[in-house]
Design a binder for this molecule. Structure first.
Ligand SMILES: [Zn+2]
Length: 74
């Protein structure tokens, strides 16, 4: 059987809690960033913000009527 002293158990507990919080934060951060990237497209000509559907390739700007390609990815 393993022997764990009180400071060691405290250390493990705090490390696990911090790791758990960090993983949760990372998950929400990546999800939010991906949503922001996919959903909003800014028109090259009039800087209008347009919401797009996932998988949509071309888009017609409702303000200046320009047809543009949407670049997905970095
Ligand atoms: Zn436009």
């Amino acid at each position: 059987m393993m022997r764990i002293t009180l400071p060691e158990s405290f250390f493990f507990y705090s490390t696990l809690s911090l790791a758990f919080i960090f993983i949760l934060w990372l998950f929400y951060y990546l999800k939010r960033r991906r949503l922001e990237k996919r959903r909003i497209f800014i028109c090259r000509f009039c800087k209008e913000r347009i919401e797009i559907e996932p998988g949509q390739i071309t888009l017609r700007c409702p303000k200046c009527n320009a047809i543009q390609n949407i670049e997905i990815g970095v």
